[in-house]
Design a protein around this ligand. Structure first.
Ligand code: SF4
Length: 322
């Protein structure tokens, strides 16, 4: 029987603030899973710590709420142990680009076949709105006693130079477009990153829904709102690498678009390159039976329940330093 959107929803009480962009992201994830008809036992959502960390509680698949900044090691480990899983990691920009920044860069170098979504609201919402790594220099949101003294991290640019092979940006209140970005990220062969612009109405009083959608930015002549967010598709931008020789030019174009912020903020696919081998492909050259016999398919107990797990043998079989 076909899976419906409702099949991916849980009864767990949701305590995000009213109007939070997280609701749109949650819907988009559930819509993408339903679109792809991912069986619930084959999907796993991992989260770090923060408001976004509650996401797995609200999605009826396997889910693990991990440690601050450590979502990527958990998620990569699960995918490597069980390549049949669709693995989705989620977290805030503070979680992934602050304490988790080292894991972010290391994950890019590996290119494990999974997807990572950052809920980017530029503040640490769960702990009362401190400046997070994507808050621009000089901005003063309502919780800050002084304007932000640090420069900001550019998540798309950092992901690109770290080696992520799919880079996209979505917007939490454009749920259908975000669903498409998530679906493409999950279907991508390699490590995919989606930067999701997520207004935090409680603590970020600058990058609000009105700011992104331009209702505070009225054209004096037409009297119409001038949205800041726009789709890369609408200007004919194409970030897909169809031949490896195109990669340098497409990377340069993606970096240029990643730097765009302010009156115009691009959404869509900045860059996609499926010509880079995934980590699974790389280790298969050293462990030839990895795909047929990954750790998750190995017998751990006999029929009568006697354990036959041998960690030493497992570690020896899956060594990649040889
Ligand atoms: Fe959403 Fe901000 Fe409330 Fe957290 S603090 S739930 S990010 S509105």
């Amino acid at each position: 029987m076909a899976l419906k959107l409702a099949d991916y929803k849980t009864e767990v009480h949701n305590d995000w603030c009213p109007g939070c962009g997280d609701f749109g992201i949650l819907n988009a994830i559930q819509m993408a899973l339903a679109d792809m008809q991912v069986p619930k036992h084959r999907a796993t959502v991992f989260s770090g710590i923060g408001c976004s960390g509650k996401t797995p509680h609200y999605i009826k698949t396997y889910g693990i709420h991990t440690l601050h900044g450590r979502v990527l090691p958990f998620a990569q480990g699960a995918k490597l142990a069980n390549p049949d899983l669709e693995v989705l990691a989620v977290g805030g920009d503070g979680d992934g680009l602050g304490i988790g920044a080292g894991h972010f860069v290391s994950a890019g170098r590996r290119n494990v076949d999974m997807a990572y979504l950052i809920f980017n609201n530029a503040v640490y919402g769960l702990t009362k709105g401190q400046a997070a790594p994507t808050l621009k220099l000089g901005m003063k949101t309502k919780s800050l006693p002084q304007p932000n003294v640090n420069n900001s991290v550019n998540p798309i640019a950092l992901a690109l130079v770290s080696g992520f092979t799919f880079l996209a940006r979505g917007y939490a209140y454009d749920v259908r477009h975000l669903k498409d970005m998530i679906r493409k990220a999950v279907e991508h062969k390699g490590l995919a990153f989606v930067d999701v612009l997520q207004p935090c109405p409680t603590y970020n009083d600058i990058n609000t829904k009105e700011w992104f959608q331009g209702s505070d930015n009225i054209d004096p002549e037409t009297k119409k709102a001038m949205p800041r967010v726009y789709k890369l598709d609408s200007i004919g931008y194409d970030g897909i690498v169809r031949d490896p020789s195109e990669a340098p030019a497409k990377m340069a174009a993606a970096l240029e678009k990643a730097a765009e912020w302010g009156d115009k903020i691009p959404l869509g696919i900045f860059y996609q390159n499926e010509h880079i081998p995934t980590y699974q492909e790389r280790i298969t050259s050293r462990i030839p039976n990895y795909v047929e016999n990954p750790p998750a398919r190995q017998q751990i107990a006999t029929d009568d329940g006697t354990t036959v797990t041998n960690i030493e043998r497992l570690l020896e079989e899956h060594r990649v330093d040889r």
